[in-house]
Design a protein around this ligand. Structure first.
Ligand code: SF4
Length: 94
């Protein structure tokens, strides 16, 4: 299968370049609302996540730089995938 070229916005952080456009998917069954991902993302700068109705959610998806730090912070692997952020299906911001 031939590779597909896409145009992507990038973000520079921690001395690296990340491709923007993907946001974390949170498995609500696995999420303990422990806030580890929320705190780390806020501390690193993007501040994408918050706890909504007892589950971590990307409430500021436009801030996501796709570094995947939240995946590493999660003790239950509730954040396992990063998927494309579509403004048309974006969760409401708080
Ligand atoms: S680190 Fe994992 S379990 Fe904790 S709030 Fe975030 S997604 Fe939920």
């Amino acid at each position: 299968m031939p590779a597909k070229k896409i145009e992507a916005e990038t973000a520079e952080a921690f001395g690296r370049i990340f491709v923007k456009g993907n946001i974390p998917e949170v498995n609500p069954v696995r999420c303990l609302a422990c806030r580890h991902c929320v705190a780390l993302c806020k501390k690193l700068g993007p501040d994408v996540l918050d706890i909504v109705d007892g589950v971590a959610k990307p409430v500021r998806p436009e801030n996501c730089i796709g570094d995947g730090a939240c995946m590493l912070a999660c003790p239950t692997k509730a954040i396992f995938l990063m998927s494309k952020y579509e403004t048309s299906s974006a969760p409401p911001s708080v």
